[in-house]
Design a protein around this ligand. Structure first.
Ligand SMILES: N[C@@H](CCC(=O)N[C@@H](CS)C(=O)NCC(=O)O)C(=O)O
Length: 236
């Protein structure tokens, strides 16, 4: 038996995206089992992963079930050191753990005003002061990481790391809700929009059935800001 990961809608479940990226970026095979959020099927699916109670939930080859994305990420990093999921440099690794943890625990204004929705992009979501404050904090964390450790590539610590997994849905929100960010942050968002694994996840989510009414907003929309070939039309 290999790894089995329970996930929610690919279009809406930001934590499922993070959990799945851990495997996709590590190149570790995983069987994903998905259900649509708010459905009885989803409740039945998660019941099979009890006592974990939210998506993503991971069943290890031993049969042990693990809940919480941060624990899943740490577990796979520990079991597959060859994948280099955390930065090799100890200072960079400490900072990457900080960023992932701060994302896991915070940014509630952004998360509630702009729930991840990979099916639509809004022109203007009327961000509140609290949302703008969350964005400013995120930009300062990204800038700190990239200034200190980002010289070797477009990710937060140069090479892709678990810190990036935790911020993938944030990048998707900045794109999806047309949130105002500076040039550095916009470039990081563009990196995610062009990322092959992110694009494959998003494409699969588009065919998972009708839109979930919970995520519908009345704001004006625009096309999703990434064209079919992966280049970014308008990252901000
Ligand atoms: N702290 C959890 C959050 C997981 C979470 O909120 N998952 C959502 C989907 S994105 C869920 O399962 N919602 C179903 C529910 O609330 O019943 C983690 O890090 O994994």
């Amino acid at each position: 038996m290999g790894y089995e990961l329970a996930i929610g809608d690919r279009s809406y479940s930001s934590w499922s995206l993070r959990g799945w990226l851990v495997f996709a970026k590590a190149g570790v095979p995983v069987k994903t089992v998905s259900g649509r959020l708010y459905s009885d099927d989803f409740k039945r699916l998660l019941a099979e992963f009890a006592p974990a109670r939210l998506a993503p939930a991971l069943r290890l080859p031993s049969g042990l079930v693990i809940g919480e994305t941060l624990a899943i990420a740490e577990t796979i990093a520990e079991r597959h050191p060859e994948a280099g999921l955390w930065p090799a440099d100890p200072d960079a690794r400490a900072m990457a753990r900080w960023l992932a943890s701060e994302m896991h625990a915070g940014f509630t204004a952004l998360r509630s005003h702009c729930p991840m929705n990979l099916r639509v992009s809004y022109l203007d979501c009327a961000p509140t002061e609290a949302v703008l404050a969350d964005l400013a904090r995120i930009e300062s964390l990204w800038s700190m990481a990239q200034t200190a450790h980002g010289a070797e590539g477009p990710w937060l610590f140069g090479k892709w790391s678990l810190a990036d997994a935790f911020f993938a849905p944030v990048a998707a929100r900045i794109a999806g809700y047309n949130l105002p960010v500076g040039a550095e942050a916009a470039a990081y968002v563009a990196t995610w929009l062009a990322d092959p694994e992110f694009r494959a996840w998003r494409a699969e989510g588009l065919s998972e059935g009708p839109d979930q009414p919970f995520y519908k907003r009345d704001w004006p929309t625009r096309p999703w800001p990434g064209d079919a070939r992966g280049s970014v039309v308008n990252p901000s």
